[in-house]
Design a protein around this ligand. Structure first.
Ligand SMILES: *Cc1c(COP(=O)(O)O)cnc(C)c1O
Length: 443
């Protein structure tokens, strides 16, 4: 494991230097996203190896919201993964990446009739969020028979983690059927009894900040419910459990910790029946698959001082690191200080702020951080930003979405870059801002 972790850092070092040398980040494009192709592939392999069990059919899907980039979905597809989608746009991306319908799962708390109809027609698995949605599926299936697997999302209400906004299994979470509410369990049992085709059960106990033990409790609740449904049906009506994603990411070092193996091993020991071959397993990991493979590289435009505190003004702020800037205590990230050539700087650490380009005072990606003193023309690298940083652009100040490149590093340190997304152009920004429409006239 130590080896893999070291290699990640070594590859990243080569990529950062090469990206600066070749002008991928520079005067013209002051901020860029970089993705480690080997790191992503290794992460997908680690996931598959962790869950692989003889006799158990396992479908790993990637939560598209974590990196809504078609070439990345294509890479994951080649690694045998599918996609968890939650909007027509995300479904279109998964299909554009060539992901087959049988490896796509549609989750979303607000699916329209049209979205449901399309998924059922394509044979894409659907997890219904609530009774009203299930009734829509009833009607659609009556109008046009479908073989798409259908599940129901339950909220096991096992409690939240350390980040409220990321906790999906609290008593009053907006997701799924709240299983511990009065009458809910009976309603669910009845819903399955009346629908012999309802063959999956889904839970996603939340995301970053939720401890493994709590995630396991959520899966256990789904497993025990499936056992009850199947006992009542006298057959294996629920034939697959979708256990969601949510494995937390360690933002403090290059180590993937906890690992997919840690989680799978805990599930195996706590819920052995899940792996005994009666159930297929579907997973929906996002952050843990991609975070460690991504880096934001940005130029330092100015270095100033205010109230005795040095401040580096860079081109990476709230537009790419939105959650980090707005909720810094929940989303701290590591920042590397790089010189004008993209090489990590030495020198005495100095307590400083690393600011972004946005026009509001809180636009800081690191506050009071000890780093070698940053100077104009230097660069910063924001680490572990492969998930949720390139897909959650915030259009503040009309700052463009930065370009993203994948990189591969040869044994001699040479780096190949492949485009993943072009930077948003001025023309696109203008069009998105209504430049094609006439001025509003007076009332
Ligand atoms: C966001 C989400 C995921 C992925 O969560 P991660 O924490 O990124 O692994 C999986 N399933 C559902 C339903 C989600 O909403």
């Amino acid at each position: 494991m130590a080896d893999m972790t070291d290699e990640l850092g070594i590859r990243r070092g080569h990529a950062l230097r090469a990206a600066v040398e070749r002008g991928l980040a520079g005067e013209a494009e002051p901020v860029v996203g970089l993705l480690d192709v080997a790191g992503i592939a290794a992460s997908a392999t680690a996931l598959r190896d962790a869950f692989a069990t003889p006799g158990v059919s396992i479908t790993h899907t990637f939560a598209v919201k974590a990196a809504s980039l078609v070439p990345v979905l294509g890479l994951l597809n080649a690694c045998g993964l599918g996609a968890e989608v939650a909007s027509p746009g995300e479904l279109a991306l998964a299909r554009a990446a060539g992901i087959p319908a049988e490896r796509i799962v549609l989750d979303s708390p607000a699916k329209t009739v049209a979205e449901l109809r399309e998924a059922l027609a394509l044979g894409i698995a659907v997890n219904a969020d609530n009774p009203q949605e299930l009734a829509r599926i009833d009607a659609l299936r009556e109008a046009a028979p479908s073989t798409a697997p259908v599940g129901l999302r339950i909220n096991p209400q096992v409690g939240g983690g350390s980040i409220g906004a990321m906790s999906t299994a609290t008593a009053s979470s907006k997701f799924g059927v709240a299983l511990r509410d009065e009458g809910a369990l009976d309603w669910v049992l009845e819903a399955y009894a009346r629908r012999p085709w309802l063959n999956r059960l889904h839970t996603h106990t939340g995301s970053q900040g939720v401890p493994l033990a709590l995630m396991v409790e959520g899966v256990r609740a789904a497993y025990e419910l499936a056992e009850r449904i199947n006992a009542a049906a006298g057959r294996q009506q629920v034939d697959a459990l979708d256990i969601g994603g949510g494995l937390p990411v360690n933002f403090g070092s290059d180590e993937a910790m906890p690992s997919f193996a840690d989680y799978a091993d805990l599930l195996r020991s706590e819920i052995p029946g899940l792996f005994d071959g009666r159930y297929g397993i579907v997973t929906e990991f996002g952050r843990s698959l991609l975070a460690k493979s991504g880096t934001v590289l940005a130029r330092v435009e100015y270095a100033k001082s205010a109230g005795g505190r040095p401040i580096a003004v860079t081109h990476a702020g709230a537009q790419v690191a939105t959650r980090t800037v707005f909720v810094p205590e929940a989303w701290p990230i590591r920042v590397l200080a790089l010189d004008a050539k993209g090489v990590e700087k030495g020198g005495e650490p100095v307590v400083q702020d690393v600011a972004g380009p946005c026009c509001f005072a809180g636009d800081l990606v690191a506050k009071g951080r000890s780093l070698p003193l940053l100077e104009p023309g230097d660069h910063v690298a924001l680490l572990d930003t492969g998930a949720y940083y390139f897909s959650n652009h915030f259009a503040y100040n009309s700052l463009p979405r930065p370009a993203v490149y994948g990189y591969r590093v040869h044994p001699d340190g040479a780096v190949d870059f492949s485009p993943v997304r072009a930077a948003q152009t001025q023309e696109e920004l203008l069009a998105e801002s209504g430049a094609g429409f006439p001025p509003l006239g007076p009332a």
